[in-house]
Design a protein around this ligand. Structure first.
Ligand code: ADP
Ligand code: ZN
Length: 609
């Protein structure tokens, strides 16, 4: 055991109520306590906050945490105060009187952590305050904001390199969940952290069950997904357009779900109010464009659903990563179909030109389609894309849970391709399938397509099966889609199959929404699931504890999870402590929360018997 470990562990137990460090936490914490700089790369939910919060409490002086998001600062500070930690924030929402008081506390050394917005930090007033004060460390959260490569570049972050020159003796940590190499290198150079020790953990999120389902009736599919798996949980549904967001939210509300829209077309005040309600609620569904989610630190988002394809796998990983930060099982669900593939294929073909940017776009779009259509483990595909190899299939994604059947589709594909060729490469799947299945409808007759050799040669497959075949052929690049007419055309890659020189295996689309896998994953059967879920009357007790928590949260006007996380309530329902000693052993119960909340929850447990 190294010298720094004892006090760090003590703080972990007594303040946070946690029993063990996770992953690289102990290494980072010891390194920083000893005065070292660090670059910390961990996935969302990996436990980055403790990496600076514990050194902040162990090292003398105040720790300065730079965070770009005001909503996030407020919640973090509230969570820390609940633990009895002396924390405050300085940003544009704080009035001058309050700011003066905070500044006095910093100078007097009576504050453990101070959160500041980057533009505030670099003001002379703030820097002069720091000159007069004792500083424990600087933590630069969401450090990818310094990189021009990232999606949320913030120019103010560039000035943070001055901290290094002004306070060379104060250790600095930069933390981010951004996985790509280019951004990492950029962070180190922009912040002068080239010498810092790098702590890089796996980016896997084992508690998230990934599932991609073939779109047929997306609203109904979404509804059954929600009813089956998340009848009461908080979650996010992403749609591409503002219209679709509004319509979907209204529709869900009409179905009896508490749902709100969020997109850039709404007034700022409405957006803030909706975001606030989402953060505080444990059952609200937010229907949103990608404008929503940056800096949402809500730990109990139980699902993220995509009704449209995300922009890229990077975006998908970031968006789905907002689910299950607390480590409990969560779902990433996506419905994807013909129209999505057609759209991506058109984008891909439009970017045929060879300059480097377009090439990068093509690689990204192909990877996205590859992920959707893969018969293999989704998690292996995802992590592989980010350069991390997962040795075994994960056991916690749809393709692992429900085996994907492959079939020799060579003959069917020949028919499908020849239907395109013989109708003049002008039609989309609707008409092509009519021709294959021999539907002698008005259009077929008018065009004389009932006299083609391919007419009626495909009656052995249903309409749905042909849709699946065409969708996969587009994804595989055997078919391109005309940008204007949307007509399907054969590519060079189609020729060997069309001529019967090559065999082609396709995946058989699973019949209906397979509910089995999701339920099992939720019960914690999936290898990666973090905690076994509850059974029998533990569930009713859990609900009772949730009500107690809701009352306490309401009294104080704070989000429910700052009182206790769901994981603590679950443990409570399972272990049913009868006294303070028992209560103190629960994960997430530190000294302060024991003192403040044990009685209320012990009473709820007693009443339940
Ligand atoms: P990140 O900032 O990396 O997304 P957080 O710091 O918010 O992640 O941590 C994610 C969740 O894990 C939080 O709910 C936190 O309380 C919990 N957590 C972190 N470290 C531990 C630990 N050592 N033991 C138990 N829970 C932990
Ligand atoms: Zn898998």
């Amino acid at each position: 055991m190294s010298a720094g470990e004892e006090p760090a562990r003590r703080v972990l137990r007594s303040v946070f109520g946690f029993h063990e460090f996770r992953g690289l936490q102990a290494d980072v914490i010891n390194h920083v306590i000893a005065g070292g700089d660090a670059l910390v790369l961990m996935p969302t939910g990996g436990g980055k906050s403790l990496c600076y919060q514990i050194p902040a409490l162990v090292r003398p002086g105040v720790a300065v945490v730079v965070s770009p998001l005001i909503a996030l600062m407020r919640d973090q500070v509230e969570s820390l105060r609940q633990l009895g930690v002396r924390a405050a924030y300085l940003n544009s929402t704080v009035d001058w009187r309050e700011a003066m008081e905070i500044e006095r506390a910093v100078e007097a050394g009576t504050l453990d952590l101070l959160y500041v917005a980057p533009e505030r930090l670099v003001t002379p007033r703030c820097l002069e305050l720091f000159d007069r004060s004792r500083l424990a460390l600087f933590a630069l959260d969401e450090a990818h904001c310094v990189s021009q490569w990232g999606h949320d570049f913030r120019p103010e972050y560039l000035q943070l390199s001055l901290l290094h020159e002004r306070y060379p003796a104060v250790p600095r940590l930069a933390l981010t969940a951004t996985a790509d190499q280019r951004t990492r290198v950029d962070i180190a150079s922009q912040l002068g952290l080239e010498e810092a020790r790098v702590f890089l953990t796996s980016f896997d999120r084992p508690n998230i069950t990934y599932r991609v389902t073939v779109k047929e009736n997306p609203r109904q599919q979404l509804l059954s997904f929600l009813k089956e798996n998340h009848p009461r949980d908080a979650g996010i549904i992403y749609c591409m357009s503002r219209n679709k967001v509004d319509e979907t939210a209204a529709w869900l509300a009409a179905q009896g779900r508490e749902a709100l829209p969020y997109h850039a077309g709404l007034p700022a005040a409405t957006r803030d109010a909706h975001q606030d309600r989402f953060i505080r609620s444990d059952s609200l569904v937010m229907v949103a464009t990608i404008a929503f989610g940056m800096g949402i630190d809500k730990p109990d988002v139980r699902f993220v659903a995509h009704l449209d394809l995300p922009k890229s796998l990077e975006a998908y990983y970031q968006e789905t990563g907002r689910a299950g930060r607390d480590g409990l099982p969560a779902n990433a669900w996506m419905a994807y179909g013909m129209s999505d593939v057609v759209l991506v294929r058109q984008l891909l073909d439009a970017s045929m030109a060879s300059d480097a940017h377009k090439h990068a776009e093509r690689v990204k779009l192909s990877a996205l389609l590859g992920y959707c259509e893969t018969p293999g483990c989704r998690r292996q595909a995802l992590l592989g894309y980010f350069g991390e190899a997962l040795a075994e299939p994960c056991g916690n994604c749809d393709t692992c849970l429900d085996e994907v059947a492959m079939w020799d589709a060579s003959v069917a594909v020949q028919k499908a391709l020849s239907a395109i060729y013989r109708t003049g490469q002008r039609f989309g799947s609707g008409h092509l399938i009519d021709v294959l299945r021999g539907e002698a409808n008005e259009r077929a007759l008018r065009l004389g397509h009932d006299r083609l050799k391919t007419f009626g040669v495909g009656a052995e497959h249903s309409k749905r099966e042909w849709q699946g075949i065409y969708r996969q052929l587009i994804a595989l690049g055997l078919i391109s889609v005309d940008v204007e007419t949307h007509g399907f055309q054969l590519t060079d890659a189609a020729m060997p199959v069309l001529k019967g020189q090559e065999k082609l295996y396709l995946r058989r689309d699973p019949l209906a929404e397979t509910k089995r896998g999701l339920k099992e994953a939720r019960r914690g059967r999936g290898k990666g699931a973090a905690a076994p879920s509850l059974a029998g009357d533990d569930t009713s007790l859990f609900e009772a504890l949730r009500r107690t928590r809701a009352e306490l949260a309401k009294e104080q006007g704070v989000p429910a999870y700052v009182i206790f996380h769901d994981s603590t309530l679950e443990e409570m329902a399972r272990c049913r402590p009868v006294d303070l000693t028992g209560f103190a052993t629960l994960t997430g119960v530190g000294a302060r929360k024991l003192e403040r909340y044990a009685d209320a929850f012990l009473e709820a447990i007693r009443d339940f018997r």
